[in-house]
Design a protein around this ligand. Structure first.
Ligand code: SAM
Length: 201
């Protein structure tokens, strides 16, 4: 298995090399998922319902790592032919935005996330380098202006294709939620911070 040491495509190095790259087959295809599954039939071809207006033009500008906060405002620009589907969306405070990592090529089954110095499986992370390059971001809906949804919490690049939007309804009680390796990485970071500060238990 070939691996890359980091998830993120460095600015100016979008054509990453040296790792498994399913996208080589269709390098110009924004929504590779559609082409891949069409070959096997039975599935669907995703198409953008809109695009993200984001302050981020480069992945390096997007906050990453432990404690990173996503508070940037942006606009989900929904295409006119899908605008009717936004009916009644104003009543929801938060939305799940499903989108395509259109500038990420290939995937790594194991990768080192920015929030840890240990490798984890792609399906235990939010890496952009995934077999099906689909992103999921929960944003706060600030207001709607016809087909424009003004939101807070974007972590997508400018022009990112939006595949779907659903209301966010959390039904997991906090006491039953487990945060896996991320909680361990956070605890290690707190311990080393305390050690560095000379704090003893
Ligand atoms: C860690 S991923 C998490 C995305 C989403 N919240 C999720 O969980 O699926 C966020 C990173 O994806 C990268 N990214 C954002 N928009 C992208 C795009 N359109 N194509 C490729 N990579 C993108 C940036 O490096 C950003 O910091």
């Amino acid at each position: 298995m070939r691996r890359s040491s980091r998830w993120y495509v460095k600015p100016g190095h979008e054509a990453d090399t040296g790792t498994t790259d399913a996208a080589d087959v269709h390098p110009d295809c924004v929504l590779r998922l559609g082409l891949d599954v069409e070959a096997h039939g039975q599935m669907f071809t995703p198409r953008p319902i809109g695009f993200v207006d984001s302050p981020y033009k480069d992945t390096a500008e997007i906050p990453k790592g432990l404690g990173a906060k996503h508070e940037a405002e942006g606009v989900l620009r929904i295409l006119p032919e899908f605008e009717l589907g936004l009916t009644d969306i104003e009543g929801f405070s938060h939305l799940m935005v499903i989108w395509a990592f259109d500038r990420s090529h290939g995937f790594d089954l194991l990768g080192m996330p920015p929030s840890d110095n240990r490798p984890h499986g792609v399906f235990a992370t939010r890496s952009p380098r995934r077999p099906n390059p689909i992103g999921l971001t929960v944003v706060e809906l600030l207001r709607r202006e016809n087909g424009l949804l003004h939101v807070r919490g974007v972590d997508m690049l400018e022009g990112t294709p939006i595949l779907d939007i659903k209301p966010y309804l959390s039904s997991v009680p906090p006491e039953t939620l487990r945060r896996g390796w991320l909680a361990e990485a956070e605890n290690r970071a707190v311990s080393s911070h305390r050690e560095a500060a000379g704090v003893t238990a």
